[in-house]
Design a protein around this ligand. Structure first.
Ligand code: ADP
Ligand code: MG
Length: 220
């Protein structure tokens, strides 16, 4: 389902080059729930953005469902991403001037109109946000923002969810809710990759991979 072959990413900055990913290899099966855990700065966000088609690696290949995602133009890649991948960003990336339901509807713009407002409202109800649908996202608590972000990631019914520190900024109660939503998606056959510095999500993972300085640690 997800395959990385010798993926490296070097950021060129005016202070020098930073090797954020160093020849990473990964295979995630369809329906698998994988957690990649490592300290801040080890390359987790870089890895997830690369898998999500938003950051081209310096070297190596990334295949999603057999498709080399950086082999196609950015437009095709964006469409492929919208149809197949739900991405939960580390800092939510909600659009501040849109309300909650409009934020959830955002991915609808990039694909054939399969799902509409009714689906967005159904998701938000499921995520206990019925009474916040018309609020601007700047008016939400952190937990509500994260639930909105997950609803948006699920909107197009993707086969893959990629989540960057989905419980990072949440209190335990809200963190539990988020992890349960991810687990529900997984139980329904979805593929999940979570990158995180914490242990919260481990309990549901089929596999935990440890990452450090741009590399995966050898499994024992
Ligand atoms: P993590 O998500 O594990 O905290 P990141 O992937 O964000 O790690 O960052 C990995 C390394 O790459 C860090 O050393 C960080 O400073 C650097 N880095 C991340 N994004 C950029 C960028 N856009 N430009 C330059 N360096 C970056
Ligand atoms: Mg990060």
């Amino acid at each position: 389902m997800i395959q990385l072959e010798n993926v490296s990413k070097i950021y060129h900055t005016k202070y020098g080059n930073i090797k954020a990913l160093d020849k990473v290899n990964l295979y995630v099966n369809k329906g698998e729930f994988v957690v990649i855990r490592g300290p801040s700065g080890c390359g987790k966000t870089t890895l997830l953005l690369s898998i999500g088609g938003m950051l081209k690696p310096t070297e190596g290949k990334i295949f999603i469902s057999g498709k080399n995602i950086y082999d196609v133009n950015s437009r095709e890649r964006a469409r492929f991403r919208a149809e197949n991948i739900g991405f939960v960003f580390q800092l939510f990336h909600l659009v501040p001037y849109l309300n909650v339901v409009e934020n959830v509807l955002l991915p609808a713009g990039s694909v054939k109109k399969k799902y509409g407002r009714t689906e967005a409202e159904r998701l938000l109800k499921n995520f206990e946000l019925s009474d916040r649908m018309l609020h601007k996202t700047t008016e939400l608590s952190t937990g509500e923002k994260q639930r909105t972000a997950i609803a948006r990631a699920l909107f197009n019914h993707p086969s893959i969810i990629l989540a960057d520190e989905p419980t990072g900024n949440l209190d335990p109660e809200n963190a539990d809710k988020i992890v349960k939503y991810l687990e529900e998606f997984h139980k329904d056959g979805g593929t999940v990759v979570v990158v995180t510095h914490g242990k919260k999500v481990d309990q549901y993972a089929d596999r935990v991979i440890y990452m450090r300085k741009g590399k995966f640690e050898k499994l024992q």
